[in-house]
Design a protein around this ligand. Sequence first.
Ligand code: F6P
Length: 548
Amino acid sequence: MFGLSQNKTKGWKRLEREYKRIKKVQMRNLFEQDERRAEKYTLRLNGLTLDYSKNRIDDKVLSALLNLAKERGVTQKIKEMFDGSKINFTENRSVLHIALRNRSNRKILSDGKDVMPQIREVLNKMKNFSEAVRLGKFKGQTGKKLTDIVNIGIGGSDLGPFMVCEALKKYWAKGIHCHFISNIDGTACAEVLDGLNPETTLFIVASKTFTTIETLTNAKTCRKWLVDSLGEHAVAKHFVALSTNKAEVEKFGINPENMFEFWNFVGGRYSVWSAIGLIICIAIGFENFEKLLDGAFAMDEHFRKAEPQNNMPLILALLGVWYNNFFNIHRYAVIPYDQYLQYLPSYLQQLDMESNGKSVDKNNSFVKYATGPVLFGGAGTNVQHSFFQLLHQGTEPVPVDFIVPAISHNEIGNHHTILLSNVLAQGEALMKGKTISEATEELRQSGKSKQEIESLKKYKSFTGNRPSNTLLFKKIDPFALGQLIALYEHKVFVQGIIWNINSFDQMGVELGKQLALNILPELENRAFGLNHDVSTLALIKEVKKLRK
Ligand code: F6P
């Protein structure tokens, strides 16, 4: 499959043979045949347990998957990332989010230069600033403590800080409130600004490029809201920027002294560990932010050093490839069973789909195999009452990752044990299913007539054999969250290696942006009859009519 000719490799063909062998095998039989199956297919790391036994695999499949990883040179590629090689080759950049959480004294080079000193310097600046805000030492223009922190950003400059702040809400300092403005829809701004006091509000403009139209438009609106009330001077006390682009920050009117820098070797969707995490530091305190970094670093060290068969991100990645490319299942769901993690699926959606939604390989050829799957999800148990019907009885299986903290931050009555019983039951139900004869017997026992049983038994049956992983840990805390995010980052990276694509650019988002810039002048009556297809032209006309 790979290389210029995209011919199938030996390892790929071996997996195709394994697929033919195992496709009819029922997982419930594999469990019956091997009492040690769960133990055998479980990995543990710093309080995080990955049970991957409910997958359509056996030792032969696993060995063939690990062989594919070897064939694709995964170990060498991991080393290249950690060594600062320019693995983002379309943009000629190193990929060094791992340096942002390098908690060791190890140097990490990009272009022959150790990036660690500048990273430590910015971390220090984040520490000082966040502490000053939390303690009320860095005050607003009128001398009041800044209590409402508004992060203005989109994509990676929003989803990471937003998801982490929500996940760690229990760690927020008393009296500090975090808000997020992302969408260009004026409603996003209006809803956040409504009820805020300019005197106590701090705006963080988060944009790697500082050219993103949504962020700059929102930032201008917020700036005007502040200046209208407190005057131009207030900007220095109420606006900071997080960016790689000093010139644009200055042009916008934010003093570069109020800028927290990061660098082009940090991808937007991998930037939560950088200055982009400033609002997290303010909310949960720098010490806790460091614990988040510690968790990610622990996963990095594991990823870098563990043998392939014990390597959590690698195993997760290979399982994903197994379903995507051999079972032809091009989607998967991530279901956290913790309300605080409700935004994790949206975060992972960008991480996975922006990284691996690619169709040209590293040899500049269009791929002839599936790459990144569609990721979706939501918090359990809510989603059990929405899309789980399809997961259980739909025509195609959807592999699921269940994310399960054993202890809740809000242990009220038996809420959490009910929640836990549900998640464990879902994995079991997906795996076991219910045969027609089991359904028949159940209906018989409930007193149904023969005729009723005949008409209902198929509806009441479940094919089962539907895969899931369970990621179990004690409690959602900064360290556990750091580990979890880094786990998925590395999983996505390994899959990109297997699929021979660049996981670190995102050129697919450009065309829509370009065309929007072409449509805007028409909507604003500054240009007419530009080159559009007839459907778009008609819609432009209709929109204008409705807005008159
Ligand atoms: O349009 C996609 C994207 O480039 C993402 O990759 C990025 O996270 C987001 O836009 C925001 O970009 P910036 O941080 O430069 O404003």
